[in-house]
Structures are given as C-alpha cells and as structure tokens.
Design a protein around this ligand. Structure first.
Ligand code: SF4
Length: 330
C-alpha cells in the first residue's frame, strides 16, 4: 500500500470512531447548512460558533430567506462573532445563488468558487461533503497534519506552499469512496489529535510512518513565514445618553465594521468630556485597536446619528466591543 492510501485509511478509521456529533453533520448533509457552518467556523471555535449557527438558521431557514433578509438583522445575529465580512459575503452569495442557481448551491467545486465568499477551502468542503467530489480541503488543521506526516517544510502561507499542500491533499483523497468523510476526518484529526502545541503522538495511529515524529521535528512543523508587524490604532467614541437612550450611527464606509452601528467617532480625545473607562483593547487579525469611550454633550458629536433604547439596540449589528459597552451602560 502506498503512503497516501495508508494515511487516508488511518484518517478515515479515526474519523469513524472519534467524530464529534455536530448539528450540520447528517447522514444526508444539507448543502446550505454545511455552507453556513463552514463560514461561521472559519475564524471561530465550534463551541462558540454553534449557538450562532442555530440562531441564524432559525432566522433564515433557506438560502432564499437569507438572500432577502434585512442586512441589519443578519448583522445583529452575527454580533459577537467578528469578521463581519463573512456575514456580508454570505448574504451576497445567497443573492447570487437565488439569481443564478434557483436558490440551490451548485454542486461542482469550480462553480462553487464563483459564489461570493466561497474560496477553495469552503468549495472543497461543500463539494466533498454534499456532492462527493474528490477535492482535498486545506485549512490550518490540514496544513499541520500533512506537513508533519509527509515532512513538508514549505511555508504554508507562501503561494508555493499553498499549491504544494493542495496537490498533496488532492493526492491523498483520490483513493477514497467517501470524500466528505475523509475531508472531515483530516480536519478532525488535526483539531483533536495532531494539535498545534501538544499532539498526542504516542497514541497516534500514524506514528510508525510519520516523518515529523520519527525525525523529532514535530515542533518545527508546519513552517509559516513571519507576517509584518501589527499596527496600533486609537479610536475615540463620543457617548451621548438621553432618557435611557444612546446615540449610535451606522458606519456606511467600507472596512471591517461597514454596516454596523457604533458611537459617533471623535477626531481626538475631547477637551470637554469624561473618560468613562480605561481604553479597551480590541485585537483584530492585523492590528490592535484601543477604544476610548467619552461621555460628551451632543454638541461634540456630528454626522447621522439617532438615539436607541435598550430594546432597539438588540436589533442592531454592532462590533462586540460596542455591544459590550452598551450592555453595561444602558
Ligand atoms: S505522530 Fe504526532 S505529529 Fe505525526 S501525525 Fe501523529 S500526532 Fe501528528
């Protein structure tokens, strides 16, 4: 048996005995549910993402319902998950699917790639899990498992690395009769056994043939190129409270918080204002945002804002840092 098949069979066996019971993992998987779960789990742990999955699916039970939803309502349900572009793209994708594919996700990997927000990873997951296409998924877990087992030292975040790992993933999946099981299996194997810090090599069914384990290089793999320095930014928010209501405005411009509600921003720390708490650090993938909240009078803020009550803010999508502050003060 060649190494690819040996590897694949162990992964499939592992998955059949260790797979977690998750709501979107069904005998006959529903493409919309798989898509939604994959988008939510892109930057989010299963335990944190699952309640959001249930909430969003209950509010929008079909792709058409998601396509026609009020963006504010979707973003309100997404509040706390972060990376709001995922939600906006999900809805753009749903609109495309309604317009071009009668409200059903297309079945082929190459067609799935045309949908907004669906990249190679999500397309491979949907095509394999729902439509049995043999395309290997490649995510952080897969990079780790493949690099360690096959001894690949190419950086996973280089374009050469991405190609090499995709080819290898496609090679491994070739021999399977159950592409969806295999793909979910390798991700599960990486999430539960071949973990970043303390992989359970002693109990690993692949340890006899694993390159990293047998050469003492488990800690050195996968290789990742160092990213540029993180940047820092300070935001000053003006908090105006009137009769149990707070002034909020919708951020219309592009950017990570586009379409979400926030306090009106001030250009600088205000001369006449009271700092309501120590600046709060909000970590984004590429920068550290320090947010200061100032109690100011209405003359200090400008732009298109309105006043919202405690009940009304429940219906608005907000960055979590704003939602937390509002929840404490209203
Ligand atoms: S032996 Fe260790 S490093 Fe190799 S695949 Fe198993 S868990 Fe991962």
């Amino acid at each position: 048996m060649d190494r690819f098949n040996r590897f694949r069979i162990s992964i499939e066996e592992y998955y059949s005995t260790h797979k977690r019971d998750l709501p979107w993992r069904k005998e006959a998987p529903v493409p919309y549910e798989v898509w939604l779960s994959e988008i939510i789990l892109q930057q989010t742990r299963v335990a944190q993402g699952t309640p959001y999955y249930h909430k969003i699916l209950a509010a929008f039970p079909t792709i058409a319902a998601l396509a026609y939803a009020e963006e504010d309502k979707l973003l309100a349900l997404w509040t706390g998950l972060g990376y709001y572009n995922r939600a906006r793209n999900l809805q753009k994708g749903a609109k495309q699917i309604v317009a071009k594919y009668q409200g059903q996700l297309p079945e082929k990997y190459n067609e799935l790639l045309n949908i907004k927000g669906i990249g190679p990873y999500t397309a491979a997951a949907i095509a394999s899990i729902c439509f049995q296409e043999k395309i290997g998924v490649v995510d952080g877990n897969v990079y780790r498992v493949l690099s360690r087992y096959f001894g690949i030292h190419t950086a996973t975040n280089s374009s050469a690395g991405q190609k090499e790992f995709q080819n290898l993933a496609n090679e491994c999946i070739k021999g399977t009769k159950h592409p969806g099981q295999y793909n979910q299996g390798i991700m599960e194997f990486g999430a539960l056994l071949c973990t970043p810090k303390k992989p359970n090599c002693m109990y690993c069914p692949l340890n006899d043939t694993c390159h990293a384990f047998n050469t003492g290089s488990v800690g050195a793999l996968p290789v990742k190129l160092k990213k540029g320095k993180r940047t820092k930014e300070t935001l000053h928010f003006g908090v105006v409270q009137k009769a149990e209501k707070m002034a909020l405005r919708k951020r219309e411009t592009d950017g990570i918080w586009a379409g979400l509600y926030e306090f009106p921003q001030l250009n600088d720390a205000p001369e006449h204002g009271q700092l309501l708490e120590e600046p709060v650090l909000h970590k984004l993938s590429h920068k550290d945002l320090y947010c200061s909240f100032w109690a100011v009078s209405e003359t200090e803020i400008s732009g298109d804002y309105s006043f919202y009550s405690k009940e009304e803010v429940q219906e608005l999508g907000m960055p979590i840092i704003i939602a937390d502050f509002v929840a404490k003060r209203l």
